[in-house]
Every structure is written in structure tokens, then in C-alpha cells.
Design a protein around this ligand. Structure first.
Ligand code: NAD
Length: 304
């Protein structure tokens, strides 16, 4: 029988530790007193990691070396966009790395893993057929429509997580990250989304500050969550400055709202993150004052 008791974490392996989310996560975990082994393809290695393994997450020997003395895993290493490789390489790298990391961790008796899935596991945001989601707010049960190798790799990673849990009893949280960036980049993307709302309508103009991503990962490592869980994440609001329901009515007409979306609230349903992890995003790309002023100007009542 699997023991889901959370003991204080001694050492966590972070794969993809040199990346956007990996370096922030490494810093956050170290700040919480957790010792980190970083697996990175190449320098620059993240500051704060106590051990660094230069290696490839798809290679069994590299992952075996990185798992020494580890009691939990954060697996982020991946080719993070379909255009950053051939479809074959994107799919092969992402699914092989996830299988390799979870299988080896499971075989060694590691009891907890967090992996990076993506909002693209739905297959909808980058779908070249222009399909719209079946409904808003987007949740973990939304029907998928997969037609690119990256989205497929992320959906496959979620299935791999369930297989690893069934076989080795390793509890896995697979986060469906939306766009995750630091504030300066988010501000640029917000401007671009404002100029062309259709650009990100299918992901509900969702985003997450990198600091919130790191905090969510820490919660997923330390809260008593059992089984294989897919969890959607988002900032509390959207990249846009207009009320969300109004934007959806204009840019996604005909897509039903399963429940009302109030004011500037996210179009992602983050109930599961709240209930299982106690997670609520803390950072917004918008200055609250701007939002209040805009609501006043447009005559909208701000429903706090
Ligand atoms: N940032 C986002 O907007 C976003 C959104 C959804 C999902 N994700 C997922 O989150 C994870 C982290 O994303 P990120 O934004 O930090 O990406 P990133 O590109 O900044 O970091 C990924 C890191 O993984 C490394 N890597 C790639 N292949 C590897 C391999 N075979 N072995 C070892 N390391 C390898 C890269 O060198 C890089 O340092 C990825 O799995 C990505 O698909 C990111």
C-alpha cells in the first residue's frame, strides 16, 4: 500500500532547471530550505542548486545519476513549443524524457513528482483547424482536439503520469501551465493580445507569473495529494483589460459559459488547484488601479 504521508523533503531533482520555470523553482525550493539537484542540458546552471548534473533527461544513465538520494522530482525538461523542433523531435524528446524520469524515480521508490503539462494538452490553443473550446471557463475535463506534436506530447505525459502512479505508486501532479513568464514579458504579451484579441482567445487570454508557478510547484510537492492529478493553473485575471465575459461574447460567440465569469476573472477554472493545493495566484500583469479606473470608465461595476 502506498504511503502518501508527506515527510520533510530532503532533496528534490529539478529537470530543465536552467529554464524559465526551472530556475525560479530551484531558487524557490532552496529558499524553503530544500536541497536541489539540477539536471540541465548545459550551462548556465541555476544558482542555488547543491548538485548539478549536466545531462539529457531522455538518457537513462543521466537521469539515474541525477536521482541519487532524491526523494521528490520536478520534471520540467522539454522542448516547450512545436516550432522549436521537428514534430518527431518534439514528441520524442518530451514523451521519452517524461517516461524516463517518472519510471526511474518510481523504480527507486520516489513517492512524489510534479511534471509540466500545458494548457496545450487540450490541443486547442495552437490547433490549425481553428477549433474553439467546447465551453468556458476551461477546466481539466474539457474535450481535447489534438493536431500538433507538442500538444500531443503534453497530453501523453499526463497519461504517462497515470501509468507511473499505477505501476510504482508514485503520486504525480501534472500542471497544465498557461503562458508562464516574468512580468516584463507578460506586459509585452498583454499589449500584443490587446492589439489582437483573437491571438489568445482559445486559451482565454490566460497566463501565470513565473513566481506563482514556482509556488504552485512547491505546494504540489508538500501537500498531501495522492494519485495522478491533472491540475489547471492561471493568474486570477486575464492578459486583457476588458471584462472577460464581454470579451468572450465578442471573440468566442457561441461558446457556452458553464458558469458566469465575473469582471476580469480568469477564463480558466482553477477550482482543483485551490481545493487540492490551496493555491491561488498572487501576481497580476495589471496594475489593480488601472483595472478599477477602466471599470469606472466603462460603467462596469467591479464585482470584487
Ligand atoms: N513557460 C511556459 O509558458 C510554459 C507553458 C506551458 C508549459 N510549459 C512547460 O513547462 C516546462 C518548462 O518550460 P520553460 O518555460 O521553463 O521552458 P524553457 O525552455 O525555459 O526550459 C526548459 C529547459 O529544459 C531543457 N531541456 C530541453 N530538453 C532537455 C533534455 N532532453 N534534457 C534535459 N534538459 C532539457 C532546456 O535546455 C531548458 O533549459 C516545459 O515542459 C514546458 O513545456 C511552459
Amino acid at each position: 500500500m502506498t504511503d502518501h504521508t508527506i515527510r520533510p523533503l530532503k532533496r528534490v531533482l529539478v529537470t530543465g532547471a536552467s529554464g524559465e520555470i526551472g530556475s525560479a523553482t530551484t531558487a524557490y525550493l532552496v529558499d524553503k530550505g530544500i536541497t536541489v539537484t539540477a539536471l540541465s542540458l548545459a550551462a548556465p546552471f541555476p544558482p542555488g542548486a547543491d548538485r548539478v548534473v549536466a545531462g539529457d533527461a531522455t538518457v537513462p544513465g543521466d537521469v539515474a545519476a541525477a536521482l541519487d538520494d532524491v526523494d521528490a522530482v520536478v520534471h520540467l525538461a522539454a522542448i516547450p513549443h512545436p516550432r522549436l523542433g521537428t514534430p518527431y523531435n518534439v514528441y520524442r524528446t518530451n514523451v521519452t524524457a517524461t517516461f524516463n524520469v517518472l519510471a526511474q524515480a518510481g523504480e527507486r521508490g520516489v513517492r512524489r513528482a510534479v511534471i509540466a503539462s500545458s494548457i496545450n494538452a487540450l490541443g486547442i490553443p495552437m490547433n490549425r483547424h481553428g477549433v474553439m473550446p467546447a465551453y468556458f471557463p476551461l477546466d481539466e475535463d474539457l474535450p481535447v482536439d489534438l493536431e500538433d506534436a507538442y500538444s500531443l506530447s503534453k497530453f501523453s505525459d499526463e497519461v504517462t503520469s497515470t501509468m507511473a502512479w499505477r505501476r510504482w505508486g508514485i503520486d504525480v501532479v501534472a500542471f497544465r501551465f498557461p503562458l508562464v513568464k516574468a512580468q516584463p514579458v507578460l506586459r509585452e504579451v498583454a499589449k500584443a493580445s490587446e492589439a489582437d484579441p483573437m491571438r489568445a482567445v482559445r486559451e482565454g487570454w490566460s497566463y501565470l507569473d513565473t513566481r506563482d508557478a514556482a509556488r504552485a510547484i512547491h505546494l504540489a510537492l508538500t501537500r498531501p495529494v495522492s494519485g495522478s492529478r491533472v491540475i489547471g493553473l492561471s493568474a486570477a485575471d486575464t492578459l486583457m483589460i476588458r471584462p472577460t465575459a464581454e470579451l468572450l461574447a465578442e471573440f468566442a460567440p457561441g461558446v457556452p459559459l458553464r458558469r458566469p465569469i465575473v469582471a476580469f476573472d480568469s477564463a480558466i477554472d482553477t477550482t482543483r488547484a485551490r481545493e487540492l493545493l490551496g493555491f491561488r495566484a498572487e501576481y497580476s500583469v495589471h496594475d489593480r488601479l488601472d483595472v478599477i479606473q477602466l471599470a469606472t470608465e466603462t460603467g462596469d461595476a467591479l464585482n470584487a
